[in-house]
Design a protein around this ligand. Sequence first.
Ligand code: PLP
Length: 367
Amino acid sequence: MQVKYSYLDRQYADADVEAYIEDIRALAKTGDFTLGYPVQQFEDRFSILTGQHVVGAASGTAALVLALRGLGIGPGDEVIVPCNTFVASAGAVSMVGATPVFCDVMDDFTISTASAQQAVSENTKAIVAVHLTGTMADMQGVMAVARRHDLYCIEDAAQAMGARYLGMPAGWHGDAAAWSFHPLKMLNVWGDAGATTTLNPVLDEEMRLLRNHGLKTRDDAVIFGDNLRISSLQAAIACRALERADWARAERRKRAHQLTDLLGDLYPRVKTPVHGPGVEPVYATYVLRVENREALRDYLLKQGIEVKVHYPRPLHLQTVGLEMGYREGQFPVAEGQAHQILSLPCHEFLTDSEIAYMSDQIHGFYR
Ligand SMILES: *Cc1c(COP(=O)(O)O)cnc(C)c1O
């Protein structure tokens, strides 16, 4: 049996591709390709889903940049970022001229507030709380550190579509949240797109200016901005994709819980995903911590199960981190996880027989 990691082929065999094409055809006839109606419509719908102001952006990375710039973060400022994340969480900080300062994570792969606290200096301006794997970070803990030191908090929600913390989506606890609609994320478009959400109307206005050259009107720039607009075509696709978001979340959680039940008896050789109190995860990735990872990975790949590792090298040990002066041993939890983590295919189209096959093969390996 082959269990592929990607499910886009199933998503588009299943969904009514014609409906997307029809939306694109309708858009082409209007020529409304720059912001305009599709973007307005997407922002309105995403606003209902998240309960916040929404600024559509060119990508998740652009969304992070808008939030950071919108909060006035720039050269001379430090921003605390967990070291186990996709590189964009730190790259966006560097792109606004600030310095990412790494900290460790916890067993649930999200930011350790104790480690974040230790990383605070007099130049610290913000914390990026990454909801890695779709598991929300301990936002009460993060906000306690932020308040103690008068810091902003930006939630990296690129993997957190549909996740909740104390019943609320990302963006309700921090100052803003950045979302990605990249093809590998749960709400996916046909290219790149993202959004920043916030409850703060002043920040919303600032980010709206920053994404479109600082133009208040067609002929008057009130600040210098950038072109970080969401493509109107991708906005139209995102609108259509949003219709399956609730269904996808529920189905994916169901598959993840099945895997967790089936693999529970392998503890402690296989540790299934954990999360903090008040957290409703969505399993953007389903990440195990396992004994003998390299051998298990090779074995499962040979059995046709396309497992992955998110991420094999923490950011402080990638070339860019080493050049900043970081060294092995500084973040023991993340460094330990780098040798244990294994992502199984887990998505809303996974079949019962695929789930059973994966469980059987993992059990077979440890037997
Ligand atoms: C994907 C991702 C990003 C970047 O999103 P893009 O849309 O690819 O720019 C940022 N942070 C995390 C945690 C991600 O997974």
